[in-house]
Design a protein around this ligand. Structure first.
Ligand code: ADP
Ligand code: MG
Length: 385
């Protein structure tokens, strides 16, 4: 689960990690007032669930409150497109107004879960800021990594090694050691899958400050933090993903034109691979899970049909636990409810498969059934022409 930069900074602050003074605004008048509080000269930062805002005009220095207000008017409601948002961008609904800090150096610092070692991994670079992806590509040796042993935790000497590698010395090096230890504590206590400070800066006045902050909470631990769902900004999520999660369905949006309904993540992967093999491009995939009911299948099918990119639907269900006639009923119910005329190919196997096929054949839908995965993929690609 994602949260906004301003929320992440509130959490950093609670863990004694220094952040710039700032206020979040919901209207351009509030932006103006917040700018006045900062003394006029300030940085206006669009809050979206993606980075790369600086280069896309979402982070700008202004010199007067009126200028901040103008920029607020321009940004609110606009869809900001950054390398991390995809072509449709994300709508700006909240703006963080921050004191403008005189920066001397910018670092990169993050803690994330390394899935290979199943451990937290600390990543740091002396060349932080908006070009960090470029640094990682061009000179990976400038990125320092440290895997944390969960039994000993992060030790001060390890944090110091990282601070020294960033080129810090003296008092500010010790400040950085404490900051890294606090960040690790935060990461653990808040069940984060990622905490990223980019940039962590040394100001001209010689202080360490977290200028940007990104936090991802581990979805599997959400039940331990009942306050987290309140922090969600639904305007930043795909409405279909929200509906899917209500019905406990996993929905992933992709770029093509064929909607895919499957049961099980492994089968989903295989379905996407085989579709591509036959020249088809998936628009999404929707996993209905193992023991889906007729209602759940119907909801899943409706979600797929609401995706405007979908020109045809491929259903690939292996009915181990699920009965094929139940699946057929769900499909027919949903498709008739929304008057679906799109081509549909259903490949299903398992118990009551013949009954399922008969139901579909007599449904009056533009549907074909397939006997194998390859056969099904070929059919839906052919039907879309
Ligand atoms: P993003 O990573 O989405 O581009 P950042 O918050 O990192 O957004 O901002 C981009 C750049 O803008 C930072 O690398 C930093 O140089 C500068 N910046 C951000 N906030 C401030 C601030 N309060 N004062 C001065 N410069 C800032
Ligand atoms: Mg940043």
């Amino acid at each position: 689960m994602n949260i906004h930069e301003y929320q992440a900074k509130e959490i950093l602050n609670a863990y004694d990690i220094p952040v710039p003074r700032g206020r979040v605004a919901l209207t351009s008048d509030q932006v103006e007032r917040a700018a006045k509080m900062m003394g006029g000269r300030c940085v206006v930062k669009a809050q979206i669930y993606a980075g790369g805002r600086g280069k896309a005009g979402g982070v700008q220095l202004v010199h007067h409150p009126e200028q901040a207000q103008e920029l607020g008017k321009e940004l609110f409601g606009r869809r900001l497109v950054t390398p991390q948002t995809g072509p449709e961008g994300l709508k700006v609904r909240r703006i963080l107004v921050e004191e403008a800090v005189e920066i001397s150096r910018e670092f990169y610092l993050s803690i994330t879960l390394d899935r290979n070692s199943s451990r937290y991994c600390l990543i740091a670079s002396a060349e932080g800021g908006v070009e960090i992806e470029e640094v990682a590509r061009r000179s990976p040796e400038k990125i320092h990594k440290l895997t944390v042993d969960p039994f000993t935790g992060l030790r001060p000497f390890q944090a110091r090694k990282i601070a020294l590698a960033l080129g810090l010395a003296g008092g500010i090096c010790e400040d950085c050691v404490q900051l890294i230890l606090n960040l690790y504590k935060l990461c653990q206590e808040k069940d984060c899958s990622l905490v990223e400070i980019n940039p962590l800066v040394v100001t001209k006045a010689g202080w360490l400050l977290a200028m940007d902050a990104k936090i991802n909470f581990d979805d599997n631990a959400l039940f331990r933090h009942l306050e987290y769902p309140d922090m969600l900004d639904y305007s930043q999520l795909d409405p279909l993903e929200i509906t899917a999660s209500k019905f406990d369905l996993s929905y992933i949006k992709l770029q093509g034109s064929i909607g895919c309904m499957v049961n099980g993540a492994g089968l989903a992967m295989a379905t996407l691979d085989v579709l591509k093999e036959f020249g088809g491009e998936p628009a999404n995939f929707l996993d209905v899970g193992g023991g889906a009911t007729r209602e759940k299948v119907a909801e899943a099918f409706k979600i797929i049909l609401q995706d405007p990119d979908v020109r045809g639907v491929f259903v690939n269900i292996f009915g181990g636990i699920m009965r094929c006639d139940v699946i057929a009923h769900g499909i027919i119910e949903a498709a008739s409810e929304v008057n679906c005329t799109l081509p549909i190919v259903v490949r299903m196997d398992g118990s009551q498969v013949e009954e399922g096929k008969q139901l579909l054949a007599g449904s009056g839908l533009n549907v074909q059934t397939a006997d194998s995965l390859g056969d099904g993929a070929a059919r839906i690609v052919a039907m879309l022409g």
